[in-house]
Design a protein around this ligand. Sequence first.
Ligand code: ATP
Ligand code: MG
Length: 257
Amino acid sequence: MIKINNLTKVYKLGKKKMMELKTTNPEKIAVNGLSLETREGEIFGLLGPNGAGKTTTLRCVATLLKPTDGDVSVCGFDTVKQGADVRENICFLTNEIKLDTNFTADYMFKFFGELHGMTPEAIEKRQEELFTQFGINEFKDKKIEELSTGMKQKAAIAVSLVHDPKVVIFDEPTSGLDIITARVVTDYLKTLKEQGKTVIISTHIMSEAEKLCDRIAVIINGQKACEGTLPEILESTGADDLEEAFFRLYKQYNPEN
Ligand SMILES: Nc1ncnc2c1ncn2[C@@H]1O[C@H](COP(=O)(O)OP(=O)(O)OP(=O)(O)O)[C@@H](O)[C@H]1O
Ligand SMILES: [Mg+2]
């Protein structure tokens, strides 16, 4: 469903960014020759330390960034040459993308439904389903700016799913959520998987990756350090749990730290 083939993404740094990062190198290799493939009906997890290249990878999959090298396809469509086809089949959620704070969840949902070319009846039906699932009805007419972090995240997730996409790309979907709200989100990801959708998420929460993901890739310094099911990763690293496996892989890639 998602095929990432030898993906490399190099950011060109402006002077300000170079100063910020305290570097004289005008290029930053964020993703370095990464390949992976996700299947239908699975939840695939990207794990990795801060700055490992997870968001960059997901943005390339979502057609928001053009690979410097390599290619990515979603449902058989190339993310560069057939971007519009890819966008029809995906939804993408990341911390950096926020709903417009002046509008209500109800308005945003209908607005995005229309953008996707859905009929008012189809939008209504979908809204009923998703707003009930995420408990949004009680605050659907409040402005986004008046909502709590969890409410905003639930609204953003529901809006992103309006067109019932085949592939769901969520960057740290439960970051900042309490365990009850996080559970609503992870339960829904399981429902999507049961419906045969492909789900790819990034997360820093080891227990979430352990419980939720069918397969996991550990990304370190823009490269794939390990990939497999939880038992496969534990076996290949000789660790008892994912956190320990993560530390071992991190040490391998960063022996000086
Ligand atoms: N727009 C940009 N311009 C320059 N460098 C960038 C840009 N976006 C990301 N980077 C750099 O690319 C690298 C990978 O960043 P990315 O956001 O993909 O990491 P991440 O794995 O998502 O990290 P986190 O866990 O903190 O979200 C980092 O070194 C980051 O500083
Ligand atoms: Mg990130």
